[in-house]
Design a protein around this ligand. Structure first.
Ligand SMILES: CC(=O)[C@@H](O)[C@H](O)COP(=O)(O)O
Ligand SMILES: NCC(=O)COP(=O)(O)O
Length: 241
């Protein structure tokens, strides 16, 4: 079954808004695991506006599920952090400095040499590597040539068009996912997945290894409670089998 990795960036954003330690990020990460999350995702950014580098160090020894660190590997600070913490997975995202949130995948053809080199460094350290890509078969083929273990399909486009025409919205993702499967790449997906659009996505791509979900899940938890929300997301993935 597709694994659910809960992205806890937004919990850190809330904590940082007042200083102090409320909500307690580490406790909430451990509670997320207790409530059924299969993994925890963090996406530290250079300005540390949500997850701080220190949070990443604090979390690693306390987590019992898969730890996924996402971020911009052109920052040496990010590379050093990942190599020090050694998560189960690193997801390389081509963010620009100061970007509000991730908004595009890698051009895996233009940046092939760079990616090949950096992926080799993380793999040498025993860390599984995933790279963030748009649903474009050419970019998936380019990703396979870099030596990455997995790709993460950037799902904002799917989420945006889901309510207009969900069959059209998912079509490029199915093609990209089929290409990934054909080339032996593991497959993750994320960005703006939610309780409405998740099941349809996972049903159409049943070989999906993992989804990472943060913004919508934390918003839902305000109404539905954290434990209940995680269970509801898990149920969407179970129903898609
Ligand atoms: C790669 C990706 O889509 C997510 O990691 C997203 O960037 C989450 O970051 P924010 O919580 O800062 O939007
Ligand atoms: N990799 C995507 C992620 O971690 C969460 O994205 P979002 O659900 O906050 O849009």
């Amino acid at each position: 079954m597709t694994k659910l990795s809960v992205n806890i960036n937004k919990i850190a954003t809330l904590r940082n808004s007042r200083g102090g330690n409320n909500p307690d990020l580490v406790k909430m990460a451990k509670d997320a695991e207790r409530f059924g999350a299969d993994g925890i995702t963090v996406h530290p950014r250079p300005d540390e506006r949500h997850i701080r580098y220190a949070d990443v160090r604090d979390l690693k020894p306390l987590l019992s599920t898969e730890f996924n660190i996402e971020g911009n590997c052109t920052e040496q600070k990010f590379i050093d952090l990942v190599l020090e913490v050694k998560p189960h997975q690193v997801t390389l995202v081509p963010d620009a400095l100061g970007q509000l949130t991730s908004d595009h995948g890698w051009d895996t053809i233009t940046h092939k040499n760079y990616l090949e080199n950096i992926i080799g460094i993380f793999k040498e350290a025993g860390i599984r590597v995933s790279i963030f890509v748009d649903p474009d078969e050419r970019m998936v083929a380019g990703a396979a040539a870099t030596g990455t273990d997995r790709i993460e399909l950037y799902t904002e486009g799917y989420a945006r068009h889901y309510h207009t025409n969900r069959n059209e919205a998912i079509a490029p993702y199915v093609l990209a996912a089929q290409k990934a499967k054909e080339l032996g790449l593991g497959l993750n997906a994320g960005h703006d997945l939610d309780l409405d659009n998740l099941q349809f996505f996972a049903t159409h791509i049943p070989w999906l290894d993992e989804v990472s979900i943060g913004h919508a899940l934390i918003c839902d938890a305000l109404y539905l409670g954290f434990e209940n929300t995680i269970q509801l997301y898990k149920r969407q993935l179970e129903r898609s089998i």
